[in-house]
Write a protein that binds this ligand. Structure first.
Ligand SMILES: Nc1ncnc2c1ncn2[C@@H]1O[C@H](COP(=O)(O)OP(=O)(O)OP(=O)(O)O)[C@@H](O)[C@H]1O
Ligand SMILES: [Mg+2]
Length: 220
């Protein structure tokens, strides 16, 4: 299923802003990969730590914004799978330039791994680069929806998390659970501490919170 629903670009299960959070090794990036595999249009995966070239199969690895621009010009509106790895130079500069190209191109799912590393006080009140802020606020006009992972929810800019669908994996850190208690309620936040590996709580708008996920493939 791909198209515009309620003024937002949808591809597979992704529409608007999606946020995957939880402790290290709980399955966030794997779930993001699974959701992206359900997409039939363009996908750009920003690999903040440049560590997923082995994991994401079938993606074209690009490491410079010049090459990205050329590739997007040819593939705009088509099905593409790009893994952007900022291997050298300044990480923030790469991210900002990629955000601009995502906006100009439109019609894609923009996936950001470890978004907490790209947000922070250095960006002032918005806590995120202005180019990303623009996508968060106006991405729907450019037909861009986004999905992002983070271990530390408090480090992710509030404008992103406030509007997003959440898939929260196991969280042991007390202050992070307090954060989710505010968003999901005390009962759900308590459950987060004892979620088995690879399971998560899913919160979409006003729908009841669901438990989902679990081991897949050879691990079942
Ligand atoms: N649902 C699942 N079933 C079986 N194995 C899984 C599942 N999800 C993830 N894994 C495996 O668990 C390991 C950790 O998964 P993943 O890298 O997705 O975690 P993460 O939450 O992104 O961790 P990090 O915070 O370190 O980035 C990987 O080896 C992955 O293949
Ligand atoms: Mg990960």
């Amino acid at each position: 299923m791909r198209g515009v629903v309620d003024c937002e670009y949808q591809d597979g299960e992704i529409r608007g802003l999606v946020f995957l959070c939880g402790m290290r090794g709980t399955g966030k990036t794997t779930e993001m990969d699974r959701l992206l595999s359900l997409c039939t249009g363009g996908v750009l995966f920003f690999d903040t730590l440049s560590k997923h070239a082995e994991v994401l199969r079938g993606y074209k690895v690009i490491s410079s914004t010049r090459e990205l621009e050329t590739y997007l010009r040819v593939n705009r509106g088509r099905r593409f799978r790009i893994l952007y790895q900022p291997r050298s130079g300044n990480l923030d500069d790469h991210f900002r330039a990629v955000c601009v190209l995502v906006r100009v191109c439109g019609f894609m799912i923009f996936a950001v791994d470890e978004l907490d590393k790209l947000c922070g006080q250095r960006w002032g009140d918005s806590r995120m680069p202005p180019e990303f802020y623009h996508l968060v606020n106006y991405g729907r006009h450019e037909r861009v929806s986004m999905i992002a992972t983070a271990r530390n929810p408090k480090a992710v800019a509030r404008a992103y998390t406030a509007e997003s669908e959440m898939r929260i994996f196991r969280v042991e850190e007390r202050s992070y659970r307090d954060y989710f208690a505010e968003r999901l309620g005390e009962e759900a936040a308590e459950q987060l501490a004892s979620l088995p590996r690879f399971f998560y709580l899913r919160k979409v708008e006003d729908a009841p919170i669901e438990r989902r996920g679990g081991p897949r493939g050879a691990f079942v």
